[in-house]
Design a binder for this molecule. Structure first.
Ligand code: 5AD
Ligand code: SF4
Length: 439
């Protein structure tokens, strides 16, 4: 038997890329590849890239430059760029960096085996189509090997919302939902491989409307179906848009026992003027009312969000409105970014906020978010949470897992394995995690 070829994949960006990288690795598994953690050993290097914010493409080019030496030593080494930078830059990547052999967009990576064969024949391979066929259908069945207790499962891709700052509708394409039966089969397979928690993924996951047995199914409908799978203990989903938070989904947060009390619901800004210019089609008030309803359904739900500061024409007053909204919501987690111009998006042409002013706002927002995050985490001390243990911690005899609220929890000196689900009394709150003891 010939030695397996080695594949090194580096993943940038969101969880959807993490899922895509797994599927790409599996697709190349059929070509005799096994994954390696070191680029020096690899026969193929694949960068699965992200284009959401500035410098992403530049980072990719500088990373590619670093492989020059490797390629000189090993002329058979193939180098590929996948993901959203591949989609946005296309052929330009090969022009700028001739050592690249393969460029594949996020909607065409099921064609990786053919593209790889083309590179082995000494040709360059490029595919950034949005093909008619469903890539998930074309990808071979997932392997049966055991795996860790948590997994991502992409159920929806793309976006039709066209927020004025965002490249996703251009790099990932139009909003598409996978059929429910395929998702349920994939979930069942994951559970048979040891998975106990599934996070459903989509750029607009709560807009899910995949074909079901009786017409289109909503995300809540899909979650209720997943809820029936024996051995699956936890369901999460991300990322949601406020406008797609339907009544049945809110209700599921109150009644579906496997759906975890955590919701990532980006608002981006607290100023109605800015929300309008962002083309968000909701107001700060309608967002706050929505959260009120969600909290009525599930009072202990932990909210998470995304913010952009320094969006074109954001004034100090607009920014204050964002701080006010954050004060009202009190996020358990929130991610805030300085606006970065994405060529081709509507906001790119507008008058930009002074970068130093934007930096200053970012710092102030992050300080407030961190304070809330900390207070919410500290308030867990003394409470009992349910932890799904995932892996050993850094200290001997320690295991780490996640609570239902997605806080990392460390436990020492207990007889625990990955995949165990236990009640844990929280004793202490550290910088980024909690510590407790199994009851
Ligand atoms: N600049 C800054 N942040 C952005 N995001 C998306 N596009 C941009 C941009 N051009 C942020 C949004 C989104 C998160 C994934 O990334 O907050 O919710
Ligand atoms: Fe981008 Fe807006 Fe779509 Fe989210 S909803 S992916 S921010 S365009």
């Amino acid at each position: 038997m010939s030695e397996p070829k080695k594949l090194y994949i580096k993943t940038y960006g969101c969880q959807m890329n993490v899922y895509d990288s797994e599927r790409m690795s599996e697709a190349l598994g059929g070509q005799g590849y096994v994954e390696t953690q070191s680029p020096e050993d690899a026969d193929m290097i694949l960068l699965n890239t992200c284009h959401i914010r500035e410098k992403a493409a530049e980072k990719v080019y500088s990373e590619l430059g670093r492989f020059k030496g490797l390629k000189a030593e090993k002329p058979d080494l193939k180098i590929g760029v996948a993901g959203c930078v591949a989609q946005a830059e296309g052929e330009e990547i090969m022009r700028r960096q001739p050592l690249v052999d393969l460029v594949v967009g996020p909607q065409s990576y099921h064609r990786l085996p053919e593209l790889e064969a083309k590179t082995r024949a000494g040709e360059k391979a490029l595919d950034t189509d949005f093909p008619e066929e469903d890539k998930f259908e074309k990808l071979k069945n997932r392997p049966k090997a055991k795996r860790g207790p948590t997994a991502f499962l992409t159920v929806q891709e793309g976006c039709d919302k066209f927020c004025a700052f965002c490249v996703v509708p251009y790099t990932r394409g139009a909003e598409v939902s996978r059929p429910a039966d395929r998702i349920l089969r994939e979930a069942q397979d994951l559970v048979e491989r040891g998975v106990r928690e599934i996070t459903l993924l989509g750029q607009n996951v709560n807009a899910y409307h995949g074909a079901g047995p009786d017409g289109d199914m909503t995300l809540a409908g899909l979650i209720w179906e997943l809820n029936k799978i024996d051995g699956l203990e936890r369901i999460r989903f991300t990322t949601s848009h406020p406008n797609d938070m339907t009544d049945d989904l809110i209700e599921a947060h109150g009644t579906c026992e496997k759906l975890m009390p955590y919701l990532h619901l980006p608002v981006q800004s607290g100023s109605d003027k800015i929300l309008k210019r962002m083309n968000r089609s909701h107001t700060a008030e309608s967002y706050l009312r929505l959260i009120e309803r969600i909290r009525e359904a599930r009072p202990d739900i932990l909210m998470s969000g995304d913010f952009i500061v320094g969006f074109p024409e954001e004034t100090e007053e607009d920014f204050q409105a964002t701080l006010d909204l954050v004060e009202q919501v009190r996020y358990g987690y929130a991610y805030s970014f300085k606006y970065s111009t994405r060529p081709g998006t509507p906001a790119a042409e507008r008058p930009q906020v002074d970068p130093q002013e934007a930096d200053d706002r970012l710092q102030r927002l992050q300080a407030l978010i961190t304070r809330h995050q900390r207070e919410i985490q500290d308030a867990m001390v003394g409470r009992t949470v349910r932890v799904l243990f995932e892996k050993p911690g850094r200290l001997a005899g320690q295991m780490v897992g996640k609570s239902e609220y997605l806080h990392a929890v460390h436990v020492s000196g207990a007889d625990l394995s990955a995949g165990d689900l236990r009640n844990v009394r929280i004793k202490a709150s550290g910088a980024n995690s909690l510590a407790g003891e199994v009851l």
